[in-house]
Design a protein. Structure first.
Length: 285
C-alpha cells in the first residue's frame, strides 16, 4: 500500500525538495503551501511527478483541520507528517518586538504543535505513523542575532523528545532533522530582519555587519537541500533511525562538539569560528 505523506511549507526550499524526492520514491505526497505552489508544481512537472497540493497555514487551526481532512478523505490515513514550515527572525534580544517574537513562535513552535495535534488521532486509530520535525543545529546551540529562532528550534527539540515518550506506545515514531545551512531561498523568503537591529545607528551595527554576511553567504552559496529530503526518506523507511538526525556540515560539526565540550569551551569555539567579539569585563566590576 502506498504511504501518504503530508508536508508543511512544501512550496519551496527543504519542503519542496522533500516533496519531490518522496513523490519520486513512490509515496503519495500532499504538499502543504501557504501562498503559492507554482514553484513546486513547475518542478514536479519537469520531473513527471504527481504531487497533490493543499493550501495550509500552520497559524490557522481551521486551515489545518481542512487540510488534514482533505488528506484523510483522499488517502484514507496520514502515514507520515513532515513539520517543515518555519522562518527565521534576525533581531537582537534587545530589539525584538512583541509582534515579532509572537510571530516567530506562532509559526515555528505553535504551528508544529497544531499540526501534530490534528494528525495524532488519525495515526493512533491507524495503529502507527511517523512524525518528522525539521529542526536545526541551532536547536542545540546559540548564535548572535538569532536568539528567537534559536529558542524556537530548542523548543522543537523539546517537543520531539517529550512527544516520543507519549506516543511511542501507539506505534508512532517521532524524529527531528537537525539541519545545517543549505542553499535555499531562506534568506530571500524565510528570514525577517528587525529594523532597529539592522539600522546604521544600532549599537550592534558592527556585529551585524560582520555576522549577517557570513550566514547569508552560507545559505545563498550552500549545498542543495537534497540531503534533508534523503534524511526524511531514510527516517521513514528505517524504524531504527536516530531520534535526531544531523544533516549538513554545521550540524555534523557543532552538535557533537557541543556534547563533548564544557559550556565555556564550546562558547569559546563558537566565538573563534565565527570571529565574534569576545566578552569583556564590566567597567563597573
Amino acid at each position: 500500500m502506498t504511504k501518504s505523506v503530508l508536508i508543511t511549507g512544501a512550496g519551496s526550499g527543504m519542503g519542496m525538495a522533500t516533496a519531490l524526492l518522496l513523490a519520486g520514491s513512490g509515496y503519495r505526497v500532499f504538499a502543504g503551501f501557504r501562498s503559492s505552489d507554482a514553484e513546486l508544481m513547475a518542478a514536479a512537472g519537469e520531473r513527471g511527478l504527481t504531487i497533490e497540493t493543499v493550501r495550509l497555514d500552520v497559524q490557522d487551526t481551521a486551515s489545518i483541520r481542512e487540510a488534514v481532512a482533505h488528506v484523510v478523505a483522499g488517502a484514507g490515513e496520514i502515514d507520515v507528517l513532515v513539520n517543515n514550515a518555519g522562518y527565521g527572525l534576525l533581531a537582537t534580544v534587545e530589539d525584538g518586538t512583541d509582534e515579532e517574537i509572537l510571530q516567530q513562535f506562532d509559526v515555528n513552535v505553535l504551528g508544529l504543535i497544531r499540526m501534530t495535534r490534528e494528525v495524532l488521532p488519525h495515526m493512533r486509530e491507524a495503529g502507527g505513523g511517523v512524525i518528522i520535525n525539521i529542526s536545526s543545529f541551532l536547536g542545540r546551540m546559540g548564535l548572535p542575532l538569532l536568539a528567537h529562532y534559536n529558542a524556537s528550534k530548542y523548543a522543537v527539540e523539546g517537543i520531539t523528545d517529550s512527544l516520543r515518550l507519549e506516543v511511542g506506545q501507539f506505534g508512532i515514531r517521532v524524529h527531528s532533522v537537525l539541519a545545517g545551512l543549505f542553499g535555499t531561498n531562506f534568506v530571500r523568503k524565510g528570514l525577517v530582519a528587525n529594523a532597529a537591529t539592522t539600522a546604521e545607528t544600532s549599537p550592534y551595527r558592527d556585529l551585524v555587519a560582520h555576522f549577517v554576511p557570513i550566514v547569508a553567504k552560507a545559505i545563498n552559496e550552500g549545498p542543495s537541500p537534497e540531503p534533508i529530503a534523503q534524511a526524511v526518506r531514510n527516517i521513514i523507511e528505517n524504524e531504527d533511525s536516530d531520534i535526531a538526525v544531523m544533516v549538513g556540515s554545521e550540524a555534523e560539526r557543532f552538535v557533537p562538539l557541543r556534547r563533548r565540550l564544557s559550556d565555556k569551551d564550546f562558547e569559546a569555539q563558537v566565538i573563534e569560528t565565527f570571529g565574534l567579539p569576545p566578552a569583556r569585563r564590566s567597567s563597573n566590576a
